[in-house]
Design a protein around this ligand. Structure first.
Ligand code: CA
Length: 137
């Protein structure tokens, strides 16, 4: 609740009151309207979901698959959804929040892009071991 008090001082109250009242009312109306507009806090909430399809990838053999998945399982956010939220709040004026929800497919696809060096959709044993060595560094 906003309360706005406006006070005018004059040496001739009777005359000033009669002549200045419409102007004072207009000023008070403008001030009240501004206060209502300002106190009407702008609120924005947004949720962004990142749930891409898993990239299609083949493995040269079981060893390539095992090494890749061992590294993937050690990566952050590989085991489920990850949420992050950003909030910007200016009291009375602005409140903005943005939540990003990321599925585990994002981590999988990121790992595939890093691992499949020649981008042929086939992760070889050599690529998997290079990927594992880079992740350990
Ligand atoms: Ca490859």
């Amino acid at each position: 609740m906003n309360t706005i008090n406006t006070t005018k001082h004059t040496s001739k109250p009777g005359r000033r009151l009669a002549a200045g009242l419409p102007g004072a009312s207009l000023l008070a109306a403008i001030v009240c309207a501004s206060a209502i507009l300002v106190s009407g806090c702008i609120t924005s909430r947004e949720t962004v979901r990142k749930e891409p399809e898993r990239l299609k990838v083949d493995f040269e053999n079981e060893e390539a698959s095992r090494v890749f998945h061992e590294v993937l399982n050690r990566m952050p956010y590989a085991h489920g959804r990850h949420e992050s939220e950003t909030k910007v709040h200016i009291p009375v004026v602005l409140s903005v929040s943005r939540k990003v929800v990321v599925s585990e497919n994002v981590a999988f696809n990121k790992a595939v892009r890093r691992c499949d060096a020649n981008r042929d959709g086939m992760i070889t044993v050599h690529e998997a071991h290079v990927f594992a060595e880079r992740q350990e560094q």
